[in-house]
Write a protein that binds this ligand. Structure first.
Ligand SMILES: [Fe+2]
Ligand SMILES: [Fe+2]
Length: 185
């Protein structure tokens, strides 16, 4: 019997893109919403998949990155100290729904093809981190600079460097994981 497929695109639906708004406070709120979603929902779910697949090492990596996404929100919150809980953005709400759909089907898939799910989760994590550090957050940084808000710009730059490191960690993990899978195939 062929293994059931959960596609990379299905998992990529779990990515919520932070939205740049006309005013930088709106941009900051979207940033915090997305970072907190990654911290509390997306990466913890990826970690759960890794644990289910019997890979506590990869679960630890996802959990470590989840913790850093939470820090990213904290760093910006220090600049916008009067901001309460940001509204859940449209794209985050959609991503939460996508993740719930996958979760509903995932346990069965995980039981039958844990390596496939885990490999694709790593591929998606790399894409998420790359989008953030190459495209989305540089635009947020530049908006802050254009508005004369150097403190926010500095936070965004710190976040860019951190997301780049996340992408590198996930690339290394995916490379090693594929080598192990090939060795045991
Ligand atoms: Fe982040
Ligand atoms: Fe990240």
């Amino acid at each position: 019997m062929s293994k059931p497929e959960i596609t990379e695109e299905m998992i990529f639906q779990c990515f919520a893109a932070a939205q740049q708004c006309d005013d930088r406070t709106g941009t900051a709120a979207s940033f915090m919403d997305v970072e907190e979603y990654e911290n509390k929902i997306m990466y913890p779910e990826f970690a759960r998949w890794a644990r289910t697949a019997g890979r506590p090492d990869l679960a630890r990596l996802f959990s470590k990155v989840a913790g850093e996404e939470g820090l990213h929100a904290v760093w910006l919150r220090e600049v916008y100290s009067d901001m309460g809980t940001p509204e859940r953005g449209e794209d985050t709400a959609r991503a939460v729904e996508a993740l719930e759909t996958i979760r509903a089907n995932c346990d069965e898939l995980m039981a039958m093809n844990p390596e496939g799910v885990l490999e694709k989760a790593l591929m998606v994590a790399i894409r998420v981190e790359e989008r953030e550090y190459l495209d989305i957050y540089p635009r947020f940084r530049d908006q802050a600079i254009a508005d004369g808000d150097q403190r926010s710009a500095d936070v965004y730059q710190r976040v860019i460097d951190s997301e780049q490191q996340h992408a590198q960690w996930f690339e290394t993990a995916l490379h090693d994981y594929r080598q192990e899978l090939a060795a045991t195939a």
